[in-house]
Ligand binder design. Sequence first.
Ligand SMILES: *Cc1c(COP(=O)(O)O)cnc(C)c1O
Length: 375
Amino acid sequence: MSRFSDFESVAQPGVRALTPYLPGKPLSELEREFGITDAVKLASNENPLGFSPQALAAVERAARDLARYPDGGCFELKAALARRLGVAAEQITLGNGSNDVLELIARAFAGSGDEVIFSEHAFAVYPIAAQAVGATGVSVPAKDWGHDLAAMAAAIGPRTRLIFIANPNNPTGTWLKSDELQAFIEQVPERIPVVVDEAYFEYARYPAMGAADYPDALAWVERYPNLIVTRTFSKAYGLAGLRLGYSVSHRAIAGLLNRVRQPFNVNTLAQVAALAVLEDADYLQRGVQLNAAGMQQLTRGFEALGLPYIPSIGNFVCVEVGRSGVEVYNALLREGVIVRPVANYGMPRHLRVSIGLEPENARFLTALGKVLAAC
Ligand SMILES: *Cc1c(COP(=O)(O)O)cnc(C)c1O
């Protein structure tokens, strides 16, 4: 008897049309495939400083109590974040990475027949989150690799239920200035939530990055009840492996997100590590400083190689390699350097490189020079 296996045909149409998110290649995989032991990974915008020692100590202490469920309401962490950010704890929604929060927002506000607006070349999670709930993603053509806010405003229609904006954007590193972003939010109808994704906020705000006009959208949450700001502990705080992110919004929106989240969506170790790293001002400071210096090192290296790049205020930068990015990516793998091809973001001739430690950046630049000279 033949058993039914055509589950494609019975899946939700939105899910059927999805293409899975493509993560950066893990170091262990490269080492398995190529037998390389000293590979360098500059592919997932992780913090090159590694895990904060204070966070590690907190995780080790908490590990003894892992037979218990986490605090589902994240009482202490919410209180600490609320104090730090100058908002009420009731405005904060925590998630298993900010990715989780982005999905909660899509689930709360969009469904079949609805439209979700985002930019071309924007973070790949936005179209996935929209489609997974049956909504239609509306990708608005970019301008100079960044968000074209006038075109995004023009794309708003009666079916629009949600707008995603990444500031700065990943993978392009482009950013919106304070006045232009605020003017955009001002003209969005109040019934449509606008998500401003500030995953790289701490890097972008660092003065040496030179973006004095980069906004802190949190300052606008009181004024615009439909504004949702998301941030993460995965990047500047170095907790990518623990999965923790959050949003700050109007309480009414936080209340809705709280209804659709899993009761224990943030694990115990993430909660204690975040509390510890929030107190580790030195870790954050060293990270953003290192990032600014590494950005200079990489962009000077690109200039020396005669390669155009997209100016970025994140912890990554896109460089145009003048040929197939995937080919250069593969050649770099053989040199033991993992970067990120971005053809799936509509950028077939670019590579995205995360800022690493000084020797890691140097190793990448040497490998890139060698690979480009050979092809
Ligand atoms: C890395 C990133 C995130 C955060 O992901 P987490 O789920 O918090 O690890 C969110 N938005 C953008 C644009 C990112 O690049």
